[in-house]
Design a protein around this ligand. Structure first.
Ligand code: SF4
Length: 203
């Protein structure tokens, strides 16, 4: 049986103005990622299976006391969809009255489908790392690009607010790559290119 206490939480911010469009949101960073991007903003969150140092219940207690002062909660990482207890966390946040934004690399469409069918997310931001032919290179590991395609379809057809996003650095992606990625974005979906602000690391 999956329990909320199974969640590995690597860290959190009590309030952010930039992580949930139009809202002041707390950000919870889930531990573990199946990608190894050269520009990862949170490389300490990549190791999988590492027990988080923060108890989810304590964060929820704090968020219960912040009701009325925050407009939402963003779940980021790491890759949140790798954790089986993610739906439980979303449910608890909804019970507290918080809209939930999920940041995802799109590698786990099964979890996305579960969250969407249960109405557990209110905003989705999905990375588009590279043209599909270069995905493994930019993600730093083998990638099932069919899973990425499937997640793109789920996100864009969900009816949930969303956008796709690419982290751009000219040493990693060419302008032609960026054009190919833009062509992948489904019609009607938002798309943001964010400049890479982290040092590029070969892991
Ligand atoms: S998907 Fe996100 S968390 Fe995972 S390695 Fe890439 S940038 Fe880091």
């Amino acid at each position: 049986m999956t329990l909320l206490s199974d969640l590995a939480v690597g860290g959190w911010h009590p309030a952010s103005f930039v992580d949930y469009p139009g809202r002041v949101a707390a950000v919870i960073f889930l531990q573990g990622c199946n990608f190894c991007c050269p520009y990862c903003h949170n490389p300490q969150l990549i190791p999988l299976g590492q027990t988080g140092c923060l108890a989810p219940a304590k964060i929820l207690d704090h968020l219960a006391r912040r009701r009325g002062k925050l407009d939402g909660v963003t779940l980021s990482g790491g890759e949140p969809t790798l954790q089986a207890a993610l739906p439980l966390l979303c449910e608890e946040l909804h019970n507290l009255g918080y809209p939930v934004k999920l940041d995802t690399n799109g590698s786990n469409p099964d979890m996305l489908a579960e969250l969407l069918s249960a109405g557990l997310v209110d905003y989705l931001a999905m990375d588009l790392k590279a043209p599909l032919e270069r995905y493994a290179e930019l993600a730093g590991t083998k990638v099932d690009v069919n899973a990425i395609r499937c997640s793109m379809h789920l996100v864009s057809s969900s009816g949930v607010k969303h956008h796709f996003r690419t982290t751009y650095d000219q040493s990693l992606l060419s302008p032609e790559d960026l054009q190919l990625i833009q062509k992948m974005v489904p019609e009607g979906s938002g798309y943001v290119v964010q400049p890479c602000r982290q040092p590029i690391v070969t892991r």
